[in-house]
Design a binder for this molecule. Structure first.
Ligand SMILES: Nc1ncnc2c1ncn2[C@@H]1O[C@H](COP(=O)(O)OP(=O)(O)OP(=O)(O)O)[C@@H](O)[C@H]1O
Length: 818
C-alpha cells in the first residue's frame, strides 16, 4: 500500500466511523425509547441484574401544579394596558387602505381578554400594535401602560405567543425551555434559578410529564419526528412565553388547529394563570365554543377594522341586544353569545331571518361602531381612565375595594346622565359620519338605554374581600361595560401606587457572549440530531468522492494523465460548487426560524450569525476533508504536503463560498424558488468563468472574461492548478501514447506525410532524458498570481459573502413582516 492508498483508505474509514457515530447519536436522541429498549436487551449500562428487572424509562417528576403555579406570580406590579383611538392604514396600489379605525380598550391584570371578529377584521393588526410588534403602516392612537406611555422596555416585559411556534423539532421540551430561559431571563438568573423557573412554568401548564419529549415535527430533509401533540405544543408555547415573568401575554389564535378538548384546556390554563398570577392576557381567537368563551373575562370585537364592543364578556349581549336593539339572541338557533355576536357584526353575508334585526350593510356596521365609540368616550370622560402614576389606591374610580364599590353605587345616576349626553353627542356626530342616520339612531338608542338605567349602565360592585391584603386573587367577576371601564389597575399591586410606567423598569437581557454560547449550543445540538444533515452529508461526500476516484483512478504522469488531471481539478471545483444545492431546504428553514426568533427579539443578530457560522465549520471541514482526500488518494494527485493542504483549502473554500451564496440568496429572496434562480445564475458564471472550458485568452469578447472575479471556481481551480503543477516535472521517456498520435494524424490529414511521420516518431520516442515541465501548464492558463494569492482571493470572497449575508440578515430582522 503506497501513500496515496493510505490517504484515501484512511479518509474513507474516517467517513464511515463518522457516519456510524452520528447516526447512532441522532438515533439515540430522536428515539430515546427505542435506544433504551435496545440497551435493555443488550444489558448495557444497567448493571448485573438489568435483564431481570428493567427499570422503566425515567419518568419526569410530577409537580404540585397549584404550588408551582403560585410561583408564577410576576415580580413587580401588574400592568394594565390601555389604548385609545388606534388606527392603522396602508398605502396600496388602489390608494390608502384603512384596516383599523378608532379602536380603544383596556386589558387588565388578572384577566383574559379575547380579540374577536370575522376574518380580516383587524385582530392580528390590533394584537401586533398592542404588543409593539407592528412597524409598518400608518399607525395612529396611543397605547399606555398603567396610564403612561410605553417605554422601550415594554417588549421585554411582555411575551408574544405566535400562532405558529418556531421550536426546533429535534430538541426536547426541556432543551427548548433551557434555550429560551437562557435567552429571555435577565443576566442575574443562575442555572439553578433557570431550572427552577422552567419547572415552574411547565408545571403551571401541566406539561412536566413531557419535559423530555421531543418537540417533533418535520425536519428540513423531510424526516417526520414524532413529538408533542398540537395541544401540548400550544401549552409549551405558553409556558415559554411565561418564562421571563411577563406582565402582559399576547397570544395569536392560541386555539387554532386544536381539537375542542385541547382548546378548552389551553384557554382554561390561561385563565387560571391570569387569575393566580396577575398576568394581563390578550388573545385573538376565532369563534370559540361556549366553554372556551366562558373562560374569557373580557372581549374586544372588531369588524372591518371598526370596534364593535370592548368590555366584559357578560356585557356583550346586553350591549348588542339591550343597547342597540339587535337580535334577539336565541341560544338554540344562534349558538353561544360569542357565535351570535360574530355573526351579527359580520356584514359580509345574508343572514337567516332567525337573526331578527341584524347588521347587514357597511352602514349598519359604521353606526354600531359609532354608537360604541360614543358610549366608550362618555365612560372614559367620566373618570374611568386607568389610574395615573402616583395616585393612591382607592383614590379614583379604579379602586377595587369596598370604597370603589361605594363610589360606583353613588355615581350611577351621574353615569346615566352623562352617558345619555354622550349618546346624544354620538348621535349628532354620527350624522356626519359613514353610518349617517343609522349611526345616529344607534347612538341615540345607546343613549336611551343608558338614560333608562338599562343594562349598559349596570355597575357591578366588586365582591367584598377580594382585595383584602393577603387574600388570593380571584378571577374577575363579570361586570357591565361601564363598570368594567371604570375599574382601575391591578387588584393586588396597584401599579399607579408603585410608580406606573416607572415600574416598567429596564430589564437587562443576557450578554452577547451568553447569547452566542446558547445559540452555538442550539446549532450544534440541532445539527447533530438531524441525521440527514450530518450522516447524510458525509455519506454523499464520501461516495461521490469514491465514484470520482474510481473514474480518475491512478492518473499517470504522461500526456494523457496530464489532460485527465486538469479535468479532475476542474471537476473537483464543480462538485464543491454544486454540492450545497442538496441542502437548499435547510437554508429556507433556517430563515423561517430566524424570522420567528428575531421577531421575538430573542437575540442579537450578530450573536446568532457568529454562532451559526462557527457551528457549521467542523461539519464542513470533516465532509470536505474526507471527500477531497478520498479523491486525492484514489486519483494519485501530487504527494506533497503543501499541495495536499492547498488543494483541500481550495476545495473547502469553494464549497463554503457556494454554500454561503445560496444562503445569502435565500435571505434576500422571498421564497426558495427565487433563491434557486439567483443561485443558478451565479453557478452558471462559475461553470464557464473557470479558464478551463474556454481560456479567458481564447474568448472573442475579452470583456466577458472580467466576470472571472466573481467566480469562486476560477480562484479554486487556479489555486489547485498551482498546487498540482507548480515546480513539478515528470519523465516523458515513454513518449506519447500511439492512439493520441493516430488522432493527431487524423486531425491534420492534409499535412505532408513525411513531416507528420517525423513528428510522430519524435513523440513516440522522445529519448531517455525527456522531461515534461508542468510549469508550462500554468503558462498555458496564464496564471499570474501565486498559489496563495488565489487562496487568499477565495478567502476574501468568502468573507465578503459573509458580510453581505450578515447585512441581509440585519435587514431581514428589521424588515416589516407584520
Ligand atoms: N401590509 C398590508 N398591506 C395591506 N393590507 C394589509 C396588510 N396587512 C394586513 N392587511 C389587511 O388588513 C386587514 C386586517 O388584517 P388582520 O390580519 O389584522 O385581520 P384578522 O382579523 O387577524 O384576520 P384573520 O382572522 O383572517 O387572521 C386585512 O384586510 C388584511 O388584508
Amino acid at each position: 500500500m503506497d501513500t496515496s492508498d493510505a490517504l484515501w483508505i484512511s479518509a474513507l474509514a474516517f467517513a464511515h466511523v463518522y457516519v456510524v457515530f452520528f447516526a447512532l447519536r441522532a438515533a439515540s436522541s430522536l428515539y430515546p425509547a427505542a435506544v433504551h429498549r435496545v440497551k435493555g436487551w443488550l444489558c448495557i449500562g444497567r448493571g448485573k441484574s438489568c435483564c431481570a428487572a428493567q427499570p422503566a424509562l425515567p419518568r419526569p417528576r410530577s409537580g404540585d401544579i397549584w404550588m408551582a403555579a403560585t410561583k408564577l406570580l410576576p415580580r413587580g406590579a401588574p400592568l394594565e394596558l390601555s389604548w385609545e383611538g388606534l388606527g392603522c392604514s396602508y398605502e396600496t396600489q388602489d390608494g390608502v387602505k384603512t384596516v383599523l379605525q378608532d379602536v380603544s380598550g383596556v386589558a387588565r391584570p388578572y384577566e383574559l381578554q379575547a380579540l374577536m371578529g370575522p376574518s380580516g377584521a383587524g385582530k392580528s393588526t390590533l394584537l401586533d400594535i398592542l404588543a409593539a410588534r407592528k412597524t409598518v403602516g400608518r399607525l395612529t392612537g396611543t397605547v399606555k401602560v398603567n396610564g403612561a406611555p410605553r417605554g422601550s422596555s415594554f417588549v421585554r416585559l411582555t411575551a408574544y405567543v405566535p400562532q405558529e411556534d418556531a421550536f426546533l423539532p429535534t430538541m426536547t421540551v426541556q432543551e427548548t425551555c433551557e434555550l429560551h430561559a437562557a435567552l429571555r431571563l435577565g443576566r442575574g438568573a443562575t442555572r439553578a434559578r433557570r431550572e427552577e423557573r422552567i419547572e415552574e412554568v411547565l408545571a403551571s401548564m401541566n406539561m412536566l410529564h413531557a419535559r423530555h419529549t421531543l418537540v417533533g415535527g418535520v425536519l428540513p430533509g423531510g424526516l417526520a419526528l414524532r413529538g408533542l401533540s398540537g395541544g401540548e405544543r400550544r401549552r409549551v408555547s405558553v409556558a415559554i412565553g411565561c418564562l421571563a415573568h411577563p406582565k402582559v401575554l399576547f397570544l395569536d389564535e392560541p386555539t387554532s388547529g386544536l381539537d375542542a378538548c385541547s382548546a378548552l384546556a389551553v384557554v382554561e390554563h390561561l385563565r387560571d394563570r391570569a387569575a393566580d398570577s396577575g398576568l394581563t392576557i390578550v388573545a385573538s381567537i376565532h369563534q370559540p365554543r361556549a366553554s372556551v368563551w366562558a373562560a374569557f373575562n373580557s372581549v374586544s370585537i372588531l369588524s372591518g377594522g371598526l370596534l364593535m364592543y370592548s368590555g366584559p364578556t357578560s356585557g356583550l349581549l346586553p350591549w348588542f341586544e339591550g343597547g342597540l336593539g339587535y337580535g334577539p339572541w336565541d341560544a338554540d338557533a344562534h349558538g353561544s353569545v360569542a357565535d351570535w355576536a360574530i355573526d351579527l357584526v359580520n356584514a359580509g353575508f345574508t343572514k337567516p331571518t332567525s337573526y331578527g334585526r341584524t347588521i347587514e350593510t357597511d352602514e349598519d356596521l359604521a353606526s354600531a361602531a359609532a354608537a360604541f365609540s360614543a358610549h366608550y368616550s362618555a365612560s372614559s370622560q367620566r373618570g374611568s381612565k386607568p389610574q395615573q402614576p402616583g395616585a393612591a389606591p382607592g383614590s379614583s374610580h379604579g379602586d377595587n375595594g369596598r370604597g370603589g364599590a361605594r363610589d360606583d353605587a353613588q355615581s350611577d345616576d351621574q353615569d346615566a346622565a352623562s352617558a345619555a349626553e354622550a349618546g346624544a353627542a354620538g348621535a349628532r356626530a354620527a350624522k356626519g359620519s359613514r353610518g349617517g342616520a343609522a349611526a345616529a339612531a344607534a347612538a341615540a338608542a345607546a343613549a336611551a338605554a343608558a338614560a333608562a338605567g338599562g343594562v349598559v349602565m349596570v355597575v357591578d360592585a366588586a365582591p367584598a374581600g377580594t382585595d383584602s391584603p393577603g387574600a388570593p386573587p380571584a378571577a374577575a367577576p363579570p361586570r357591565g361595560p361601564l363598570g368594567w371601564l371604570r375599574r382601575g389597575a391591578g387588584r393586588r399591586d396597584n401599579a399607579a401606587a408603585t410608580g406606573g410606567a416607572a415600574a416598567v423598569g429596564r430589564v437587562e437581557g443576557p450578554s452577547w457572549w451568553r447569547q452566542f454560547q446558547v445559540l452555538l449550543w442550539r446549532e450544534l445540538l440541532s445539527t447533530m440530531r438531524n441525521p440527514m444533515d450530518v450522516a447524510g452529508r458525509m455519506i454523499i461526500f464520501a461516495y461521490v468522492a469514491v465514484f470520482i476516484g474510481l473514474i480518475f483512478w491512478r492518473l499517470g504522469d504522461d500526456v494523457d494523465g496530464l489532460r485527465n488531471r486538469l479535468t479532475l481539478l476542474y471537476s473537483q471545483a464543480q462538485v464543491y460548487l454544486l454540492m450545497p444545492y442538496v441542502y437548499m431546504s435547510l437554508y429556507s428553514s433556517d430563515k423561517a426560524y430566524f424570522i420567528a426568533d428575531s421577531s421575538a427579539k430573542l437575540f442579537r443578530v450578530s450573536a446568532y450569525y457568529a454562532a451559526k457560522t462557527i457551528a457549521v465549520i467542523p461539519f464542513v471541514l470533516a465532509n470536505v476533508l474526507a471527500g477531497t482526500l478520498i479523491v486525492y488518494g484514489m486519483a494519485g494527485l501530487r504527494l506533497d504536503a503543501g499541495s495536499i493542504v492547498a488543494h483541500c483549502v481550495a476545495c473547502g473554500l469553494c464549497y463554503m463560498t457556494a454554500q454561503q451564496v445560496q444562503a445569502l440568496a435565500t435571505i434576500l429572496t422571498p421564497n426558495q424558488d427565487s433563491a434557486f434562480i439567483i443561485s443558478i445564475a451565479w453557478t452558471c458564471i462559475n461553470l464557464y468563468e473557470s479558464n478551463f472550458l474556454v481560456r479567458f485568452s481564447d474568448m472573442t469578447h475579452s470583456w466577458i472574461g472580467g466576470l472571472r472575479y466573481v467566480s469562486a471556481v476560477y480562484y479554486a481551480f487556479s489555486g489547485m492548478l498551482r498546487a498540482e503543477f507548480e515546480g513539478a516535472s515528470a519523465s516523458c521517456a515513454g513518449g506519447v501514447a500511439p492512439d493520441l498520435i493516430a488522432s493527431l494524424k487524423a486531425l491534420v490529414p492534409a499535412a505532408p506525410a513525411s513531416r507528420v511521420q517525423m513528428a510522430a516518431r519524435t513523440l513516440e520516442q522522445p529519448g531517455a532524458d525527456c522531461r515534461m515541465d508542468f510549469n508550462a501548464v500554468l503558462g498555458y492558463f496564464n496564471l499570474d498570481w501565486p498559489m496563495w494569492g488565489y487562496i487568499t482571493a477565495l478567502l476574501i470572497y468568502l468573507g465578503a459573502v459573509h458580510v453581505a449575508s450578515y447585512l441581509a440578515l440585519l435587514l431581514l430582522a428589521r424588515k416589516e413582516r407584520r
